[in-house]
Design a protein around this ligand. Structure first.
Ligand SMILES: NC(=O)c1ccc[n+]([C@@H]2O[C@H](COP(=O)([O-])OP(=O)(O)OC[C@H]3O[C@@H](n4cnc5c(N)ncnc54)[C@H](O)[C@@H]3O)[C@@H](O)[C@H]2O)c1
Ligand SMILES: [Zn+2]
Ligand SMILES: [Zn+2]
Length: 355
């Protein structure tokens, strides 16, 4: 089959790879769509610690497809060939202290499809028996594949908003309106936030943030976000501030932008090469702020995200702006870094664009 293979920094090639035989309990999923996210861009650039030179691994961890084959022996309960499924990527060990609490995203030996195992930028992906047995294949029913690929990032966003308890009546500032920031805006509205403000330098993405439900959008390069937030909140600041961009200054500013008694979610990490910022911790102290972070998602987050999308509570299809053939993967990675794009997906069924 055709697949995107990582050979080294900026050396992701589309190649023929062997289709591995299935063992008992394994399931093969024919990929319909796989989302390109910032992690894939980092893998492409050779900046991901999980992808050493020459691994030959296939990335792609935001996957929707159809069950195309099940391993020998009894079929996994609740799954049949032809079913449309979302592939929850993280597979915890199941026995460590974090896994026992349901935090398999924090498992020290967690594996992930598209990170430590071959992923979805391929015609098919092999989901190992241990993941199938834990329920990592989530049946989707009538959900479109465009909305389906957003379930994985939505699961991360849901985990983040749970952590800072975004709830009815909150004023929420989302800083950054990439695919992740847009999901934060949409989810905050669904959770009953009274006012969502979004700051974002890209005009296309500010417009998208309005469509996602932001009543106020701010260009941080043209106006002082602090003044804009003060104007929109009667000088109080935002009950919840979410950083959805890997920007140092934003992390320091977040504490200023939060209201007294507010909650701050550091959702976007910083580059490993420069992970520190200066924070005025007196703001945390005197304003009694709650400062939190989350990383990735659990199976439960994925299930709940799939329910939100499947139940029609969130309309996400429009957030997919570009679809590429597997053979055009390099162009897809380029487009995913363009602030004029929203979510970029790869669809193995598409044929290469005529150049
Ligand atoms: N915690 C998690 O589980 C999790 C999961 C997925 C992604 N992330 C992180 O979330 C962040 C956003 O992801 P994405 O895919 O949307 O990235 P992205 O790069 O597509 O979007 C970031 C956006 O922030 C904007 N931006 C830049 N500087 C800004 C500023 N000063 N103020 C406001 N906006 C600014 C950019 O124009 C861009 O549109 C990334 O840092 C990513 O690593 C975290
Ligand atoms: Zn991702
Ligand atoms: Zn574990």
């Amino acid at each position: 089959m055709r697949a995107v293979v990582y050979r080294g920094p900026r050396d992701l090639v589309v190649a023929d790879v062997d289709v591995r035989p299935l063992g008992p309990g394994d399931v093969r999923v024919a990929v319909d769509s796989a989302g390109v996210c910032g992690t894939d861009v980092r893998i492409f650039k050779g900046e991901h610690s999980g992808f050493a030179n020459g691994t030959g691994r296939v990335p792609g961890h935001e996957v929707v497809g159809r069950v195309s084959e099940v391993g020998p022996g009894a079929a996994p309960p609740g799954l049949a060939v032809g079913d449309v499924v979302f592939v929850a990527p993280n597979i915890g060990c199941g026995v460590c202290a974090q896994c026992r609490r349901g935090n398999e995203n924090l498992c020290p030996t967690t594996e992930a499809i598209g990170i430590s195992l071959d992923g979805g930028f391929a015609q098919s992906v092999l989901v190992p028996a241990r993941a199938v047995a834990r329920g990592n294949l989530i049946p989707l029913g009538a959900v479109s594949s465009d909305a389906g690929v957003l379930i994985e990032p939505l699961a991360c966003v849901l985990r983040g908003q749970d952590k800072v308890d975004v709830h009815e009546g909150d004023t929420v500032l989302v800083a950054g309106a990439g695919p992740v920031g847009l999901l934060h805006v949409a989810l905050a509205r669904t959770r009953g936030a009274a006012l969502v403000i979004c700051s974002e330098p890209s005009a296309v993405r500010r417009e998208a943030a309005q469509r996602a439900g932001a009543a106020v959008v701010v260009d941080p390069t043209a106006a002082d976000p602090y003044e804009s937030v003060a104007a929109a909140t009667g000088g109080l600041g935002a009950d919840v501030v979410i950083t959805a961009a890997p920007v140092h200054a934003l992390q320091s500013a977040a504490l200023h932008l939060a209201a007294t008694g507010g909650r701050v979610l550091y959702f976007g990490g910083l580059p490993r090469s420069r992970p520190t910022v200066e924070l005025d911790t007196n703001l945390i102290h005197y304003k009694e702020l709650l400062v939190a972070g989350t990383t990735a998602s659990t199976l439960d987050d994925c299930r709940r995200a799939a329910e939100l999308v499947g139940g029609g509570r969130l309309e996400l299809d429009w957030m997919v702006s570009d679809r590429y053939a597997l053979e055009d993967f390099a162009a897809a990675v380029g487009r995913a870094q363009d602030p004029a794009a929203l979510k970029v997906v790869v669809k193995p069924s598409l044929s290469r664009k005529a150049l």
